[in-house]
Design a protein around this ligand. Structure first.
Ligand code: 15L
Length: 268
């Protein structure tokens, strides 16, 4: 690959995959609102907002692949979510369509299915049960990706990311954890697969306690290696008696369900 674009490039997840992206493409184009100064020799940075259609078009032009981590990634009020995850995502897909439809990895979230109980095992084709306005905006994103695939043939890997962290920090994350290493392997599989289509993939490591089933996307050959079980004792020591009635321990979306109404959340 010649040029690979990474949006939302100043965030934590982006930082974890930057070294890998350098192995996938000659030039890695980073874009974010916040400036990135620690550029490697194969990286270029362009400041842009997803609402700036002209700037976005210039950045997307000439790219062979897009890892889209940009956007609003927590619960909040509607205006900024609308701007980044709905209008902004539409702008990205239009820019991609006009630029010849480079393959896209769309960072969706487990919060599109957050209201399912933790006792249920899910495949990618279940009905959405979003747990937040943020989750609703990602549901829109999944639909938009599917629409561009059906109408134009735009390939997208819809990745419903669990909890992509250095290590799990509570009981719920023993199920939802996605290690940085496994995420890197997934990115590699998505962009090297001869055919991708528009699959829904749960972004989760090989955790004994996972609630998600990726059997439908076995054709990608992704075999996550890490298992959160090695952190289970540490978590049990910190919290020996988790409250089984607390939403964080009942619903897949965890503490997103416990948040106050979005109108009460400050976006600062
Ligand atoms: C997400 O989608 C969020 O971006 C992140 O802040 C966490 O809430 C994560 O999901 C999770 O469910 O652990």
């Amino acid at each position: 690959m010649n040029r690979l674009l990474l949006t939302g490039a100043s965030g934590g997840m982006a930082r974890s995959i930057r070294p890998l992206l350098g192995q996938l493409a000659k030039t890695v184009v980073l874009t974010s609102r916040k400036e990135i100064t620690d550029l490697a020799s194969h990286e270029e940075w362009y400041g842009a907002d997803l609402t700036d259609t002209e700037a976005l078009q210039k950045i997307v032009n000439g790219c062979d692949a897009i890892v889209h981590l940009g956007g609003y990634s927590v619960e909040g009020q509607f205006a900024p979510i609308l701007e980044a995850n709905i209008q902004g995502l539409y702008n990205l897909y239009e820019a991609a369509r006009l630029a010849g439809m480079p393959r896209i990895l769309f960072a969706s979230t487990n919060h599109v299915i957050g209201y399912y109980p933790q006792t249920q095992r899910l495949k990618g084709d279940v009905l959405h049960r979003p747990d937040s306005l943020y989750g609703v905006s990602k549901s829109f994103g999944e639909s938009l990706a599917r629409f561009y695939f059906e109408k134009y043939g735009q390939e997208t890997a819809i990745v419903r990311i669990g909890s992509c962290l250095e290590k799990p920090e509570n009981y719920r994350q023993l199920a939802t954890w996605l290690s940085h290493h496994d995420f890197c392997q997934l990115v590699d599989k998505i962009f090297t697969a001869p055919w991708l289509g528009c699959p829904i993939i749960y972004g989760v490591s090989n955790n004994d306690r996972s609630w998600w089933d990726n059997a439908d996307v076995s054709y990608l050959g992704w075999a996550p290696k890490d298992n959160s079980e090695i952190f289970a004792k540490e978590i049990a020591a910190a919290d020996p008696k988790p409250n089984s009635n607390a939403p964080v321990n009942r619903y897949q979306g965890g503490n997103m369900i416990e948040l106050p109404n979005f109108t009460e959340i400050s976006n600062d």
